[in-house]
Write a protein of this length. Structure first.
Ligand code: ZN
Length: 220
């Protein structure tokens, strides 16, 4: 079956985990623009060369560059049967351009899954996250704490909180996400292709709900 799946949701919604899992079980590629740009940069492709200095400055890669990369990626044979896009499109303009690319590649409308998680839960998931300064192991002080506070179970390394995971920064990231993607989810909702999944449950439960949505959409 040929189908374009798009998973959207705020940071910490768990969409990446689900996207990987669903892609694997459907034998289609799991796509994220972050990975695509990292690949392009490491392969030294033309787009990679253009994107590299922008990424190094920590700036957002402009839409036209993003769309060129997406178009190139979707033209590869492994995407012929479908794919799972993880966290893309992020802007209304990207969504519109993606529709045109999908049409040109013989896809119908995408099925878009919006992972809905309460702000309280997202804050707990994200700001509870501490990372080992030695081995990079990730803990959550609420849900998966280390045996000894502040110390890694594996290598005894000191746990640190990344700047991105500090509560004030997390709140800002969530507000920015909401502001940026609201037009995108509205766009898909108007087209009747948006499904919402409760991302606040455990990984297994979310996966089950997701499969029900995917199967339902297959039948209709
Ligand atoms: Zn460690």
């Amino acid at each position: 079956m040929k189908r374009a799946l798009i998973f959207l949701g705020p940071p910490g919604a768990g969409k990446g985990t689900q996207a990987k899992q669903i892609a694997q079980s459907c034998s289609v590629p799991h796509l994220s623009t972050g990975d695509m740009f990292r690949d392009a940069v490491s392969q030294g492709s033309e787009l990679g060369k253009l994107a590299k200095p922008i990424m190094e400055r920590g700036e957002l890669v402009p839409d036209d560059l993003v769309m060129k990369l997406v178009k190139e990626r979707l033209s590869r044979p492994d995407c012929d049967r479908g794919f799972v896009f993880d966290g893309f499109p992020r802007t209304l303009e990207q969504a519109r351009q993606l529709d045109r690319i999908l049409e040109s590649r013989g896809f119908g409308k995408p099925l878009v899954i919006d992972f809905d998680v309460s702000e309280q839960k997202l804050l707990r998931r994200l700001s509870g996250r501490w990372t080992c300064s030695v081995g990079g192991e990730i803990y959550n002080i609420y849900d998966a704490p280390p045996k000894r506070p502040g110390i890694c179970d594996v290598d005894g390394g000191k746990l640190v909180q990344r700047a991105d995971d500090q509560p004030e920064v997390v709140k800002e990231r969530l507000v920015a996400y909401e502001r940026q993607t609201k037009p995108v989810t509205d766009y898909y909702r108007r087209q009747g292709v948006l499904e919402t999944v409760d991302g606040g449950a455990g990984v297994e439960e979310v996966n089950r709900a997701l499969r029900e949505v995917l199967n339902g959409a297959k039948r209709s």
